[in-house]
Design a protein around this ligand. Sequence first.
Ligand SMILES: C[S@@+](CC[C@H](N)C(=O)[O-])C[C@H]1O[C@@H](n2cnc3c(N)ncnc32)[C@H](O)[C@@H]1O
Ligand code: SF4
Length: 387
Amino acid sequence: MARARVPPLALYIHWPFCESKCPYCDFNSHPGRPEDEPRWRAALLAALESFGGATKARELSSIFFGGGTPSLMDPETVAALIGRARELWPPEKQLEITLEANPSTVEAGRFRDFHAAGVNRLSIGAQSFDDDALKFLGRGHSAADAIAAIGTAREIFDRVSFDLIYALPGQTEISFAAELDRALEFGCGHLSLYQLTIEPGTQFGRDGVSAADEDTAVRFFEATQDKTTKAGLPAYEISNHARPGDECRHNLHVWQGFDYIGVGPGAHGRVTQGADSFATQAAADPGRWLGHAETMGAETMGAATWKQLTAHERLEEITLIGLRLAGGLSAETFCALTGKKVDAAFGAEKLERLIEGGFLELDTRGLRTTASGRLRLNAVIAELLDA
Ligand SMILES: C[S@@+](CC[C@H](N)C(=O)[O-])C[C@H]1O[C@@H](n2cnc3c(N)ncnc32)[C@H](O)[C@@H]1O
Ligand code: SF4
């Protein structure tokens, strides 16, 4: 009997440094640059290497350099990590390699070097094409810088995406609609459109800045869905839009619940060994992480702690992230990853209630939210997972 193919792995590498800390940002990012980048390169390589043993012979489908601001990395560091990853895991033919870039850190020369290092997809933190909004967001670049960065990236990379943040205090739907029109004019195959959220540990949180109220947020969201769908870039996840076929394969892989390795400060991962699933989590503080990576032994593989997940924890996380996808939970993948059929996992009665309420759809392909369910996603998921 033919053995089922073991699904490939994705690799996430976290670079925790930025030129400055943006007032809205709750990511594990710290202003400044490491004093000794070769030391960081060696530590990241060591962490990568030590994951190799547990996941040997699995194919590699994507690498994602996230941050922080990985475009501040020395292209030599990026090249070394890509080179070693390709040796540790046989790469798929279409290995996707994404790097996040901040428009302030762009010179065409650096972009070319990242491309030469093997990066084949760039994701740019444009945030806005309005100078006042960029100032409010504490960004160190202008709208013209963001536009120039996208233009330069498009000359070098076949696949370019950029991020915008919307529903800012005082922003009108009309002004964001104009910004979105400008964004769509670039003709990129992928866009990430995030509503501003206010996180407690951020400067905006401390300053008491408010996020849009629920009605405003829904109006912005619906207008965004409408415009992007008409332009041929429908949402494939709540905040991510792509021309069909141009979705970020790395994120889709992670969101569908497949295994990924996380390397660097604060990075987390999911690794299946036999029937067991493990959540890996690295120390968030850059100095602590560096110490772990330089002294790790067999029990701290990848400079991370390993926690075995229960079958219920695994089912919960697959549902939580998977239902954010427009395609929802694939019946086949869900069954392969949890050992359960979708209807059996949640209970027929509860499913029926949510389907009849117009929030969910279930067919042979799987379970997904309707447009109305997407607007109440947290409530729908909470009801579904309520034991
Ligand atoms: C790691 S950053 C991208 C790369 C780079 N650090 C930059 O900012 O240009 C990830 C993205 O998350 C989004 N983001 C971060 N905090 C957010 C918040 N509080 N609300 C909405 N979007 C946010 C921003 O669009 C940002 O570009
Ligand atoms: S939004 Fe990007 S540049 Fe700003 S602090 Fe966060 S990770 Fe750094």
